[in-house]
Design a protein around this ligand. Structure first.
Ligand SMILES: Cc1cc2nc3c(=O)[nH]c(=O)nc-3n(C[C@H](O)[C@H](O)[C@H](O)COP(=O)(O)O)c2cc1C
Length: 341
């Protein structure tokens, strides 16, 4: 699946002749911005020149208390790049990409080059249909097993993007749940983190952030297999329910932790989330331990494998829909034609 652009082609692509129409840009970027992002900050922007799309992280939408290094922003940008590739295939384009940590512009995380084709990548084209159906679900899941076939397909999807998905056996699941207590204790005295979350989470949200309506119920047991992101008093009094006692958790990791590998984790995340959606699975995230370096190392150690944990994902079957808003595409995009006019 990973297609690195040969250097000569990459340079040629900097002087594109073809132009994407505004309708095509709408489809491509509409798909990109449907990607998940921490607290739904949508921390990305795009520059379209001919058939080249540059993807940047948007530092004005950073989370300095909870994501001081910008790792979560790069994961979100990687997920947006994967969606872009799916949309490109749906529009009959091949897409090559380079994950380019450019020392001159560290905000530039990826360049995607499109080329018309009669035979677009079939898997990407099919996954395009899953983009509007995918959303994070913090609801209890049905007591149905995640079939082995789905686990294999999700693992392969992550692997195709140079990431690894490790499914945790029950003992390891409970070790990870134990780390959630550590993170909660650390957070109690950290008003920066709580204030940042209150800024992005809760209430009615028209274009970004997480509305109260998708927080899911509170858990009757502690620690819960979904993260309770509620900070506002009204969110603290929402209904309680019983979640599954044996959650299905997987850790997404990368071999190293370079900027490009964090972006690749985002591609791996989105590839596996879209395959999960196709298989009727919903995902939620328990990333709070990954926001502390020592606990992040512990999570990786729990998997028994080398590497760097990037996401802790809980999978399950649920039919509840929970959609979050997005800013309009026009808020993210800058096109070469704007410069000329
Ligand atoms: C890097 C990253 C970290 C995230 N961490 C969490 C988390 O710890 N808990 C959680 O419930 N959701 C988490 N999310 C999910 C976002 O809240 C979600 O993607 C966003 O609100 C948009 O909603 P959607 O996924 O339904 O489109 C994370 C997403 C990303 C990309």
């Amino acid at each position: 699946m990973r297609q690195e652009l040969p250097r000569e082609q990459f340079v040629e692509a900097l002087m594109p002749e073809d132009q994407l129409s505004m309708e095509q840009i709408d489809v491509l970027l509409g798909a990109a911005v449907a990607a998940p992002s921490m607290h739904n900050t949508q921390p990305w922007r795009f520059e379209v020149n001919g058939t080249v799309i540059d993807v940047f992280v948007d530092g004005s939408r950073a989370l300095p208390a909870e994501d001081p290094t910008g790792r979560a922003m790069r994961i979100a940008a990687g997920a947006a790049i994967f969606n872009l590739r799916c949309a490109a295939a749906a529009l009959h384009y091949d897409s090559w990409y380079g994950l380019v940590p450019d020392p001159a512009d560290l905000d530039l995380v990826g360049r995607i080059v499109l080329q018309p084709t009669d035979s677009p990548n079939r898997e990407l084209r099919e996954l395009f249909d899953q983009i509007p159906r995918r959303h994070t679900s913090r609801e209890p899941v049905r007591p149905v097993k995640v079939p082995t076939d789905s686990r294999v397909a999700l693992t392969r999807a992550a692997m195709a993007e140079n990431a690894e998905l490790s499914w945790l056996p029950p003992d390891q699941v409970h070790e990870v749940l134990g780390l959630l207590i550590d993170t909660d204790l650390r957070e109690i005295g950290d008003w920066h983190r709580r204030a940042e979350r209150a800024h992005w989470v809760g209430g009615d949200r028209a274009v970004d952030g997480i509305p109260s309506s998708v927080l899911g119920p509170k858990s009757a047991v502690y620690p819960a297999p979904v993260r309770d992101l509620g900070t506002k008093p009204a969110d603290q009094t929402r209904a309680r329910t019983t979640f599954e006692a044996d959650p299905v958790l997987a850790v997404l990791s990368t071999a190293g932790d370079s900027l490009a590998e964090q972006v690749a984790a985002g591609l791996g995340l989105q590839h596996s989330l879209l395959v999960a959606t196709r298989d009727g699975l919903k995902a939620a995230f328990l990333n709070q331990p990954l926001e502390f370096d020592d606990l992040r190392r512990k999570v990786q150690r729990i998997t028994g494998k080398p590497g760097y944990a990037q996401m802790v994902i809980r999978f399950g079957h649920s039919t509840v829909r929970a959609t979050t808003p997005r800013r309009p595409v026009s808020a993210f995009v800058h096109t070469g034609s704007e410069e000329q006019s």
